[in-house]
Design a protein around this ligand. Structure first.
Ligand code: CDP
Length: 202
């Protein structure tokens, strides 16, 4: 028997992480935030390490050793994420994870298109730039009161652009993904909509 794979993709701060985690808990599935893999390589790159060799030797323990939410790490993550060799090194790890029984939820940018093209359920979560930036602003305000909303809008816009236009695994909804726009949904509503959809499919 194969595991049930739920692929959740979307741009920065679209709610993927919160929705994916809630769904994995509800279904008792394993959960992988694939952005963390890119963020940890970005963090090491900022320390002067070579991203391709970091990606080849990545250990899961590394994921807990950094404050991965920082905006400079997000920017570095999206820069190293455009390197095809980095993506290729992470592919096996993500695909192996997706085989965990009884099922796995993976969130990222290319799960439904490249990592798990055969996923049973594919979801693409999106929201307006303003809604996404405001959510990220509220999150980051907890640790950095100085951060301005305008700065976050600019950072997310730049990252979206880089993620969508790179040649290796660009951010795009899979043709068979169900798209949800969460701009006007609370987090609870977003979780409920996605869960309802999943329950109609499994
Ligand atoms: O949480 P947020 O949506 O802001 O970002 P993230 O999911 O942690 O991803 C950080 C960066 O990693 C993204 O901007 C992408 O460039 C890259 N990434 C990717 O290329 N492919 C993935 N499957 C996940 C993340």
């Amino acid at each position: 028997m194969n595991s049930i794979v739920i692929a959740i993709d979307g741009p920065a701060a679209s709610g993927k992480g919160t929705v994916s985690k809630a769904i994995s808990e509800k279904l008792k599935f394993h959960y992988l935030d694939t952005g963390k893999l890119y963020r940890v390589i970005g963090a090491k790159y900022l320390e002067g390490h070579e991203p391709i060799s970091v990606a080849k030797n990545l250990k899961t323990d590394d994921l807990d050793n950094y404050d991965l939410q920082k905006p400079d790490i997000a920017k570095a993550a999206s820069e190293i994420a455009a390197i095809p060799e980095v993506r290729a090194s992470l592919l096996k790890f993500q695909q192996n994870f997706s085989r965990k029984m009884p099922g796995a939820v993976l969130d990222g940018r290319d799960i439904g298109t490249i990592v798990c093209p055969d996923a049973k359920i594919k979801i693409f979560l999106t929201a307006s730039l303003e809604a996404r930036a405001y959510r990220r602003y509220l999150e980051l305000q907890k640790t950095d009161k100085e951060l301005k909303l305008e700065t976050i809008i600019d950072q997310i816009k730049e990252r979206d652009e880089r993620d969508k236009t790179r040649s290796s695994s660009p951010l795009i909804a899979a043709s068979d993904a169900k798209v949800f726009d969460t701009s006007n949904l609370s987090i609870k509503e977003a979780i409920d909509h996605v869960l309802y959809y999943i329950q109609t499919k499994i």
